[in-house]
Design a protein around this ligand. Sequence first.
Ligand code: NDP
Length: 240
Amino acid sequence: MSKVALVTGGTRGIGAAISLALQAAGYKVAANYAGNDDAAAKFTEETGIPAYKWSVADYDACAEGIARVEADLGPVDVLVNNAGITRDSMFHKMTRQMWQEVMDTNLSGLFNMTHPLWPGMRERKFGRVVNISSINGQKGQAGQANYSAAKAGDLGFTKALAQEGARAGITVNAICPGYIGTEMVMAVPEKVRESIIAQIPVGRLGAPEEIARCVVFLAGDDAGFITGATITANGGQYFV
Ligand code: NDP
């Protein structure tokens, strides 16, 4: 029987590529999103992957949303914590709201999504959790104190939970993408994009599908001995 995968922020950008790659690999996929109904409806129409709306920043909404997904598709075997936001600003101009929104989505979102699913994964003695962190959580980035802190926190969460899940058949891993050619990055002026690409040794942006293939690998049986790991996929821009 097909395994069930739930991808947060799974209707756009990297998340959409992850949803599609998991579907192609034979999973029953549910894609969560926050507010962009048009993009979600178009995604479902084009792919047949059902979209579920709730904010990962809200614990109760996550628990309710997960219950809906499980009622429709069955118990979730694979959780991909991909939803993320930016509220960039130099620190002296950063507001508490900018800090808090990024923490709530990019760090607490992982707790809110993983915590309700954890008991079921433990009971069934199987689970795969894949957390999408960022190169900027590894190296830090000026203008992103909030984002860098949250994404670094995601890596600590990954390593701690990997230790707790190991005996229960649950693996927990992270992926740190570098600059990926999503709408967000493609929307910046060409000159800025060129200066970003100039910093990437392989000389190009990453493709969302390249991150998606890492997720499929970590979710699969071949990755059963890998837990607490971080896959760095950044075109050689930063080595840990
Ligand atoms: P996008 O902005 O293209 O898509 C983000 C997705 O997350 C959307 O589906 C959005 O939903 C959803 N989302 C945002 N906030 C919430 C929330 N509170 N609850 C539920 N869903 C939410 O992002 P990317 O594809 O570029 O990024 C995906 C992940 O990869 C993020 O974690 C990001 O930090 C990380 N990353 C991205 C890099 C890049 O170069 N793009 C580089 C390194 C890491 P909706 O459609 O409703 O808005």
